[in-house]
Design a binder for this molecule. Structure first.
Ligand code: FAD
Length: 320
């Protein structure tokens, strides 16, 4: 028996957040006295696969079919079920991202499994199999006990600090017989990057709202982001007004990010915006209104005019 974890990669490079999922699975394996097996789909080099041992995977099953380089949800489900059967896996872990959201519920239905989407904690085995997750757009937490025999978990990225070891996983090829319909619908991942850093993977984010007054001032956001090596983001009205592209919009109807640092400039802090960013480790708010709701969610706050503060902040960062 083994805890099975689906690992994602882009063009053969394993995504950093997948290491977190592997570490998560390995920790459960440790607690339940089993092993962790990673499942990797598509074209990828063996040394990249072996490196999953650094995060606790003892074994890697590799389905080397290049059609799996893009998300084909049905094919992914077939591969996961084949791998789970081979390994006798009762616990299946994935990331809580576009792939995990498309695949995990289908796997759960097929295997009659209970599921937690967006795990923020390891299971509390003393209480059953209780996992913490956010509900109501991050306003509250739920503690969900999975009581079914088979369990499916999607893990919220950037929730578990990575600790790199020096293990080496054993790689084994897995042949899966796919059905005609498995490749019917393909979802191509297009990672749009406006600045130099992709928002989805960014550890630092500088984000602007309507308080920036207009697109002509966005150079100030970009300058600070560049100095910090951060990605840029924005509130929804900013994207709606066409000041910034829509893929930068974060919140309830936009992207959900969990960077280590989120700098919100001229953003009021409406609940719909917070829903996408309140998992950030540290939040810094720059707003001219001391009563702006965002200050309640902030670790650090600066009250003042963003157009004056941003250049000074960028200069200060340059000196470091
Ligand atoms: P505003 O609310 O106009 O706030 C501007 C802020 O800038 C103010 O706090 C002001 O004090 C400050 N400011 C002004 N001038 C300066 C200056 N010179 N220096 C510093 N500060 C200054 N919003 C999202 O962001 N993401 C979503 O996903 C989202 N989804 C939504 C879904 C629904 C169903 C609904 C109803 C709304 C949604 N919204 C979303 C909109 C949300 O409710 C807010 O209207 C929006 O977040 C406000 O954007 P803002 O803070 O940029 O603008």
């Amino acid at each position: 028996m083994s805890v099975l974890v689906l690992v994602e990669h882009t063009d053969g490079n394993i995504k950093k957040k997948s290491f977190e999922a592997v570490q998560y699975a390995a920790e459960i394996a440790k607690q339940t006295n089993t092993t962790a097996t990673a499942l990797v789909l598509g074209t990828i080099a063996d040394n990249e696969l072996e490196s999953l041992g650094n995060y606790g995977a003892q074994k890697v099953l590799h389905v080397a079919d290049d059609r799996l380089n893009d998300l084909h949800a049905r094919a992914y489900v077939s591969a996961l079920i084949a791998a789970a059967q081979k390994e006798g896996s009762k616990i299946i872990v994935m990331l809580h991202d576009i792939n995990g959201k498309a695949v995990a519920p289908r796997v759960a239905i097929k295997l009659k499994a209970g599921m937690v989407a967006g795990a923020l904690s390891y299971p509390d085995l003393a209480k059953g199999f209780v996992i913490k997750k956010a509900v109501y757009s991050g306003k509250a937490f739920a503690f969900v006990n999975i009581t079914s025999d088979v369990k499916v978990i999607t893990v919220m990225a950037n929730s578990f600090p990575l600790v790199q070891g020096d293990g080496k996983a054993a790689v084994e090829k897995l042949n899966v017989t796919f059905g005609d319909k498995d490749f019917g619908i393909k979802v191509k991942e297009v990672n749009k990057v406006t600045g130099e850093v992709s928002l989805a993977d960014a550890e630092l984010v500088v984000s602007g709202g309507r308080g920036m007054k207009g697109p002509e001032n966005w150079g100030l956001i970009e300058d600070l982001a560049k100095e910090l090596g951060a990605a840029t983001a924005c509130s929804r009205p900013v994207a709606d007004a066409g000041w910034r592209p829509h893929h930068e919009h974060v919140g309830q109807t936009g992207g959900t990010i969990r960077p280590n640092l989120y700098i919100a400039v001229g953003i009021s802090g409406a609940i719909q915006h917070l829903a996408g960013v309140n998992g950030s480790k540290v939040i810094v708010v720059i707003n001219k209104d001391p009563e702006a709701p965002f200050f309640k969610a902030a670790n650090y706050g600066v009250v003042g005019d963003a157009l004056e503060i941003l250049p000074r902040l960028t200069e200060a960062v340059k000196k470091f």
